[in-house]
Design a protein around this ligand. Structure first.
Ligand code: PMP
Length: 391
């Protein structure tokens, strides 16, 4: 029997053996020529993965929250107006963070499970002069996906910087940073990027870098200040030694490996794979008679699904039974409905086998807690969905 379970939570995800072995190699100096080369290559590959040929990439040791802080600390000055679009817990986190950095924040909060209406966003942009807006592409607490392409367009039209929290979307959901006019797209290593937790990653547009260089006041965070990190990123790309804070050397080796894998798949193919498998998973969940937190089909993410427990099913017990089947899924996160749903991550190197195994484990778990379901129903629906168009 295998002694490890399939990890299907929305981050950390399952990592590829080549990434893990890159991380497990003996630690090099942060100024060793081969490490400088790997770091430089990783920065160059980020532009391809973000589809941001003229963007400025940053890689800093820390989690996704640091990536949010890098954007917030460098792009806001006390008194600046910021518009936060919130579709869950992580949107609310941005409100807190920007307020801490002295911004005057207005929050547009979506109804639970819904996206925000574009007209409502445009009304807000028209009625006040904001310096930036933030949007959580996929809020991991609700699995609601926001239309960042349209939001990027709106922000550009009103001269507002757009900051996309892509922690649960970059390298899984379609994002074309430059084409869509997005100013900062940020993420963390442990999700669709496919590297264990510990790296904050972002790419800033030329417009965002100009906004940073024309600041009147210095950045109030010492560690998050782009003025400290920009020369370091440039030095690695120029293949020169440099130092500000010791980089997470082993993780950067893993990042170089994983980004190479992502770019080799090709971004359009990668987005299409996530879309196909997410559809198959949702078809399986629906066939089992379970509902979703995200209400409209177009608002349901491709990187994770938030599934409602059926009535009369004890959620904690069901998750234990799914784990007994060798699959780990995550409980609810949104405080208003925490006990009513569970979350399944399906991003990164996810394949059809993972989706079918997970649906099989959910089905077995449901049966064990007394929920009546026809054998193989979820798996059959997922297969039918995935093979749509295959003759
Ligand atoms: N934003 C989103 C959408 C997230 O899902 C998360 C983490 N789950 C974060 C931000 C924060 O990232 P971290 O936990 O790595 O600090």
């Amino acid at each position: 029997m295998k002694d490890r379970s399939l990890l299907m939570i929305p981050g950390p995800i399952e990592f590829e053996p080549d990434v893990l072995s890159a991380i497990g190699a003996p630690t090099t100096s942060h100024v060793a020529p081969d490490f400088i080369d790997a770091f430089g290559r990783a920065l160059e590959t980020m532009r391809k993965v973000w589809l941001s040929p003229n963007g400025q990439p940053f890689v800093v040791a820390g989690s996704g929250t640091l990536a949010m802080e890098l954007a917030g600390a460098n792009l806001t000055e006390p008194g600046d107006r910021a518009l936060v679009l919130s579709t869950g817990v992580f949107g609310d986190r941005f409100e807190d963070l920007l307020t801490r950095h002295g911004a005057r924040v207005t929050v547009l909060k979506a109804e639970l499970g819904e996206t925000l209406d574009l007209n409502q966003i445009e009304d807000a942009l028209r009625s006040d002069s904001y310096k930036l807006l933030t949007v959580t592409h996929v809020d991991t607490s609700t699995a609601v996906r926001m239309p960042v392409r349209e939001i990027g367009k709106l922000a550009s039209r009103y001269g507002v910087l757009s900051v996309v929290d892509g922690v649960c979307s970059v390298a899984g959901e379609e994002i074309r940073q430059e084409e869509w006019g997005l100013d900062v797209v940020l993420t963390a290593s442990q999700k669709a990027i496919g590297v264990p937790p510990g790296l904050a990653l972002l790419v800033a547009s030329p417009r965002a870098m100009e906004a940073f260089t024309s600041r009147k006041e210095p950045v109030r965070s010492y560690y998050a200040d782009w003025a400290k990190w920009l020369p370091i990123m440039r030095a690695y790309e120029d293949r020169r030694p440099s130092y500000f804070g010791t980089p997470a050397v082993n993780l950067v080796w893993g990042l170089d490996t994983s980004l190479h894998r992502i770019a080799s798949e090709g971004m359009s193919d990668r987005f299409a794979r996530h879309d196909l498998l997410a559809r198959a998973f949702r078809a399986g969940i629906e066939a089992l008679g379970l509902g979703f937190v995200a209400k409209a089909d177009r608002a349901r993410a491709n990187t994770l699904t938030a599934c409602r427990y059926p009535l009369d099913v004890d959620g904690a017990k069901l998750l234990r039974e799914i784990a007994r089947e060798g699959v780990i899924v995550a409980g609810g996160l949104h405080p208003d409905i925490k006990a009513e749903y569970f979350r399944v991550g399906h991003m990164g190197s996810i394949c059809q086998g993972d989706i079918l195994t997970t649906l099989g484990a959910i089905e077995m778990g449901l049966r064990r807690v007394g929920y009546k379901v026809e054998v193989g129903r979820g798996v059959a629906a997922a297969l039918a969905s995935a093979s749509d168009g295959v003759v």
